[in-house]
Every structure is written in C-alpha cells, then in structure tokens.
Design a protein around this ligand. Structure first.
Ligand SMILES: [Zn+2]
Length: 100
C-alpha cells in the first residue's frame, strides 16, 4: 500500500471511476464509505438515507430504491448529475417538512 501525504490525497479521487472515493480524507458515512471534500455530498446522501429509513427517492430521470444497498450503489457508482439531483430533492423534502 502506497502512503500518500495529505497534499497528495487532496489531488487523488477516483469517484468518477465508479469505485467510490479513493481519497478518504474528509469523513466516513453511515455505511462506512470514506469521502473527500469533493465528493462529500455522496456521503451526505448516504447519511440522509440512514436517518430516513433508506426511503426510496425519485426525481426525474433518477431514482433510488428503498434500502441501504441502493444508496450504496448510488453514492459509489452514479455520476454527479444524479447525486446533485438527489441532494436537491432532499433539500426540497427538508424544506417542505419545516413549512408543514
Ligand atoms: Zn472523493
């Protein structure tokens, strides 16, 4: 295993390659995935699922089925468009709850 300095970690991230983040410097989510600042939103999505019974989410043209497995797949393998769409949906849901 190659050791990276913090500075080197900051430049290395293979999330786009579909294998999760290779740059585990920022934080660990509820499923044990590690993320850097650049893909922290992926961990945010997982953590939101963890506190909301892994509920199914759907925002055209994307969807996550209910269950941690599907959140894991989405966070680790889907592209940024989907992740940001889901983050936007979550924020809308949160805001709707605050108003209600
Ligand atoms: Zn990353």
């Amino acid at each position: 295993m190659v050791e990276f300095s913090e500075e080197e970690y900051a430049r290395v991230c293979s999330t786009v390659a579909g294998e999760g983040c290779s740059n585990p410097t920022a934080f660990t989510d509820e499923l044990g995935n590690t993320w850097c600042e650049d893909c922290k939103q992926r961990g945010d999505l997982v953590n939101w699922g963890a506190t909301h019974d892994w509920q199914a989410l759907e925002i055209h043209p994307y969807a996550i089925a209910q269950g941690p497995y599907y959140y894991q797949i989405a966070a680790a393998m889907r592209d940024d468009d989907m992740i940001w769409s889901m983050i936007g949906l979550i924020e809308m849901l949160e805001n709707a709850q605050e108003v209600a």
